[in-house]
Design a binder for this molecule. Structure first.
Ligand SMILES: [Fe+2]
Length: 219
């Protein structure tokens, strides 16, 4: 991304300021530097993350290739991140989580495939240094396992998986998230055709690969 005007801004890198706090997620594995450049509305568990320098830089970098789907993907990224933050009981958004959410489905557009997990993980590797990522293996794991059907042990990876699933199912299968969580988040960050987009992609992929219509899911 360094050759591109939409670089990840310096303030997204190496921010060691902490919001401290005693939220239950603070001692989770991979709980790296907090990122206080995120914009949120509300306080504590009511927060909705609507902007983060790492996410904004990645989306700006790939805006052209994402095209008309940008608004739908952008809101999906922030809804997923917000759901995960609420599951973790956290306020601060780390650069690691921000990059993982920014790239997690991006391979759909950059690699032009519905088998997009590997290309999305490659984007995490590509942009990790400039995003100020601390634990790249963890970021990769979040991206690679976010469509795993069975649960995973690492709480960061598992909450990522559950948050993405909650949004993909429009707030159904929401686990520990409440109906009110989903209502608050989707009011600030509406779906903007995200599920129509998913349906179109699934239908198109089914025609092309009838024996493997959902290649991104695995056990
Ligand atoms: Fe997703």
């Amino acid at each position: 991304m360094s050759e591109h005007p939409h670089q990840i801004p310096a303030e997204a890198k190496g921010s060691d300021q902490t919001g401290a706090g005693s939220s239950p997620g603070r001692d989770l594995p991979g709980d790296d530097r907090p990122q206080d450049g995120a914009k949120v509305s509300g306080t504590s568990r009511d927060r909705v993350v609507t902007s983060h320098p790492v996410i904004e830089a990645v989306l700006a970098r790939y805006a052209e290739v994402i095209g008309a789907d940008l608004g739908a993907y952008r809101n999906h990224v922030y809804r997923g991140l917000t759901y995960q933050q609420r599951l973790l009981g956290r306020d601060e958004v780390t650069n690691d989580l921000a990059l993982a959410w920014a790239v997690h489905d991006l391979g759909i557009w950059t690699a032009g495939t519905f088998d997009y997990i590997a290309p999305s993980a490659d984007l995490a590797r590509k942009h990790a240094a400039e995003a100020g990522v601390e634990n790249l293996p963890l970021v990769i794991e979040m991206v690679e396992l976010h469509h795993k059907i069975r649960s995973v042990e690492n709480p960061l990876v598992e909450t990522f998986r559950r948050a993405d699933r909650t949004d993909a199912f429009r707030g159904n299968l929401r686990g520990r998230l409440s109906r009110a969580d989903v209502a608050e988040v989707t009011e600030v960050l509406p779906y903007r055709g995200f599920h129509r987009f998913l349906f179109r992609q699934t239908a198109r992929n089914f025609v092309r690969h009838p024996l493997r219509p959902l290649p991104m899911f695995h056990w």
